[in-house]
Design a protein around this ligand. Structure first.
Ligand code: ADP
Length: 446
């Protein structure tokens, strides 16, 4: 096992990794920006190093400074968390050249799946169904021809896309030319790469994703998560397992393992699928990193996914056998964001005057908040995650209602998603599992 890990991230995920490291007997070094000097992961890590000013470009994305911090502190591994450098193959290669292990997939894995159009091609090679669509588009004429064949509506997506950004739904042929030009421009501005592709727009799908772990040879799955509750294509509430019929669950998990094996995947990864009303599933992308919503999988399987990432990166191989990974009970995660649900989830910042997290049976909270914490305006709005486990979905919903009823995150002008989650949990469609990616727009708009 490693002696010392450098954590190249912030917030709740940095804390999550500090905790895993401590349980494994690995010392932790948290690198941080000036704005995060007083953050909880910094306070709880064994060591902390400031790597730059608040702007992420100059700190959490500053490869030379992070690499220097690793060398100076004598870290033998780096865990990138999610976001920032987590899917940056070049970063993984650079640190390897300095003898530091990247806790994550191989650079080849990341390159193959980082580009979404390429990932679609690999999925097809592996025999995994993808949404009907194209490779990277060469021209407007090609887009028109493909859309005519597939049928409208279609969705234009950036090959380098992420975070639910840069997608455009097109309903008719006359809107397509402009949409293609605008989507390319947006993709160039947001991701530095104008490449786009086209897919059939699946109406009212569920977003269901499969967690896998691989060691470069063997691959196991840890069942699936339903992440259909989204605002602007970004996840807000997740659960495991899904409410899909057993045969669809088997199909999905089998397809995920097939794809991950096809590329000799190493580390934790997530294969995302859209599932239509008939139970047909289509691969959309693979995230080659630990995800925000990983705790629901940990709750139903009892596996510590971050610790497994450490073991795999340290060359210990995959210890888990498929037959031992049992999906037990039901887990739900509510993302607590500093956002105002009444103003289209606009970010809200401020000082946290009171924090009281819930506890009790079956409740887990992953959060870097504490009383007096000043929320920096430079980063994403995630303040923490409340996760519950219970024997079945209805009991988990009740437990989450109880838990959120206890939660207090207050400060002058501070708005969070807690009241919104309470409404979702009360909604009759949600309670009977009638959840699709348009749930918020369709069922929560009043
Ligand atoms: P990102 O990498 O930006 O998160 P994804 O490809 O994972 O993008 O898609 C995010 C969300 O966008 C999906 O969960 C779904 O709600 C919606 N979406 C993506 N592709 C389609 C599609 N072909 N049809 C309908 N919805 C889609």
């Amino acid at each position: 096992m490693f002696k010392k890990v450098l954590i190249a991230n912030r917030g709740e995920i940095a804390l999550r990794i500090v905790r895993a490291a401590r349980e494994l007997g690995v010392r932790s070094v948290v690198v941080h920006s000036e704005a995060d000097a007083d953050s909880l992961p910094v306070l709880l890590a064994d060591e902390a190093i400031c790597i730059g000013p608040a702007s992420a470009q100059q700190s959490y994305l500053n490869i030379p400074n992070i690499l220097s911090a690793a060398i100076i502190s004598g870290a033998d591994a780096i865990h990138p968390g999610y976001g920032f450098l987590a899917e940056n193959a070049q970063f993984a290669e650079m640190i390897a050249e300095h003898g530091v292990t990247f806790i994550g997939p191989t650079p080849e894995n990341m390159r193959m799946l980082g580009d979404k159009a390429t990932a679609r091609r690999i999925a097809r090679e592996a025999g995994v169904p993808v949404v009907p669509g194209t490779d990277a588009l060469e021209s407007v004429a090609e887009a028109l021809a493909a859309a005519a064949q597939i049928g409208y509506p279609v969705i234009l997506k950036a090959s380098a896309g992420g975070g639910g950004r840069g997608m455009r739904v097109v309903h008719t042929p006359d809107g397509l030319e402009n949409a293609v030009l605008q989507a390319k421009e947006e993709a160039r501005a947001a991701f530095g790469n104008p490449e786009i592709y086209l897919e059939k727009y699946v109406e009212e799908p569920k977003h269901v994703e499969v967690q896998v772990l691989g060691d470069g040879k063997k691959v196991v799955h840890l069942w699936e998560r339903d992440c259909s509750i989204q605002r602007r294509h970004q996840k807000l509430l997740e659960e495991a397992p899904s409410t899909l019929p057993q045969e669809v669950r088997r199909g999905l998990t089998g397809a995920a393992v097939k794809l991950a094996k096809h590329i000799n995947y190493q580390s934790a990864g997530t294969l995302e699928f859209l599932v239509d009303r008939e139970g047909n599933y289509y691969f959309i992308e693979m995230n080659t990193r630990i995800q925000v919503e990983h705790p629901v999988t940990e709750m139903i399987t009892g596996v510590d996914l971050v610790a497994e990432q450490f073991r795999i990166a340290a060359g210990e191989g995959l210890r888990l056998k498929q037959k031992d990974i049992i999906s037990r009970g039901h887990a739900i995660e509510a993302r607590i964001n500093a956002e105002d649900p009444d103003r289209n989830f606009r970010p809200s910042i401020g000082k946290v005057e009171t924090v009281l997290w819930p506890g009790g049976t079956g409740v887990r909270v992953d959060s870097h908040l504490y009383t007096g914490y000043e929320i920096p305006s430079h980063y994403d709005s995630l303040l923490g995650k409340v996760i519950v486990w219970a024997e079945d979905r209805q009991a988990a919903i009740k437990r989450m209602q109880r838990a959120l009823g206890e939660a207090v995150v207050d400060g002058p002008g501070l708005k969070t998603t807690i009241p919104f989650h309470k409404k979702v949990l009360d909604n009759a469609f949600f309670r009977r599992g009638a959840i699709y990616t348009n749930f918020i727009a369709r069922r929560m708009s009043e």
